[in-house]
Design a protein around this ligand. Structure first.
Ligand SMILES: Cc1ncc(COP(=O)(O)O)c(C=O)c1O
Length: 347
């Protein structure tokens, strides 16, 4: 099976397993786990923030970030298909009591004008207080799309002017940084809080961080405990993170090149897709021209030995490259995908 469903499906490499086996650990809840502390220090630096807090998942990181920067009844602005709005079970409402205004995006991005237009009157005795903007980079549902620094600057400037906090869901921020050719800190330092996921392109079995200023991170540590996320000998897992930050960041460029090659190969084989939209490790593929539903196409692809997955788009599937996908896998996928879809056209 060529596994292109998600970059969350990687297996820890032998070297990562060795780092895990050799981890020096302590009681993380007491801040006595040296490996967790080391991971938090490195992540904060790489994300251009003062401090970072180690967490089990990026969902928890996002939810904590939103909670510590808002009061119940406040309004959160975010792109309508962002992960915080569509894939965290209403977490912003449940954990932070936030009202949400979903904004239609372009390639996962929203604009300063949209933020200004959505802004409530802070002096009103009736309207909810607009408090937070959440941006996602890279944007998952849009197909791993990247914000340019200019677009990000414009949104952050509007947020500052309107006294709104900015959360960056940077679960894949290293992919974004690689695509832009800038250090991740260039992106991360622009936001008040940043989520980084270790278990996507970075290839860890689990783990995430939320980063921000020291005062906010004090609140984040309290929220982590409240959410039941304060752990014990968590250095066992953090060791994978330290390893990944050293060895798996630069190699994300290989995933991006493979996604691009896949897209180009599929276009050469006659499939309709937008190669220019392949900015990182996602390829989105429209199955409507084959007269197939997404479920039918997925089934056919699975039978052919290629795992793709669904997107929020009614007729688009996605292929995601990662650590466990080789050049040979991509060449084989370029043969198998059109054949699997073409067989159905003739059926
Ligand atoms: C952009 C983004 N943010 C957050 C998450 C949440 O990560 P996890 O499922 O590991 O909590 C994901 C997972 O796919 C994601 O794509």
């Amino acid at each position: 099976m060529i596994e292109l469903r998600s970059d969350t499906l990687t297996q820890p490499t032998p070297a990562m397993r060795e780092a895990i086996a050799n981890a020096v650990v302590g009681d993380e809840q007491k801040r006595e786990d040296p490996t967790v502390l080391e991971l938090e220090r490195r992540a904060a630096e790489l994300l251009g923030q003062e401090e970072a807090v180690f967490l089990p998942t990026a969902t928890m990181a996002n939810e904590i970030a939103l909670r510590i920067q808002s009061e119940p009844g406040d309004l959160l602005l975010a792109e309508e298909h962002s992960h915080v709005l569509i894939a965290e079970q209403g977490g912003p409402a449940v954990h932070a009591g936030l009202l949400v205004r979903p904004l239609p995006g372009y390639a996962g991005r929203i604009t300063a004008e949209q933020i200004r237009a959505a802004m409530t009157d802070p002096r009103s005795g009736h309207e909810p207080r607009t408090r937070l903007v959440s941006v996602e980079n890279t944007h998952n549902s849009a197909g791993g799309r990247v914000w340019s620094l200019a677009e990000l600057d414009s949104v952050v400037a509007a947020a500052r002017e309107l006294e709104l906090r900015v959360h960056l869901d940077g679960a894949r921020v290293f992919n974004a940084a690689g695509a832009l050719g800038v250090p991740a800190a260039e992106i991360g330092r622009r936001a008040d809080t940043v989520t980084l996921c270790l278990s996507k392109g970075l290839g860890c079995p689990l783990g995430a961080l939320v980063a921000g200023g020291a005062e906010l991170m004090l609140k984040a540590r309290r929220a982590k405990h409240l959410f039941g996320g304060a752990m014990r000998q968590a250095g066992i897992v953090a060791a994978a993170g330290v390893y990944a930050l050293e060895h798996h960041v630069d190699r994300l460029a290989e995933d991006h090149a493979r996604a691009r090659r896949l897209a180009e190969g599929l276009v050469d084989a006659g499939l309709e897709l937008d190669v220019d939209a392949v900015e990182t490790n996602f390829v989105q593929l429209n199955v409507a021209p084959f007269g197939l539903t997404k479920a039918e196409a997925l089934e056919r692809l699975k039978e052919a030995g290629v795992g793709l997955s669904s997107t929020v788009h009614p007729t688009k599937l996605r292929a995601v490259t990662h650590l466990d996908v080789s050049d040979e896998d991509i060449e084989r996928a370029i043969e198998l995908i059109p054949r699997a879809l073409g067989v159905l056209v003739r059926a």
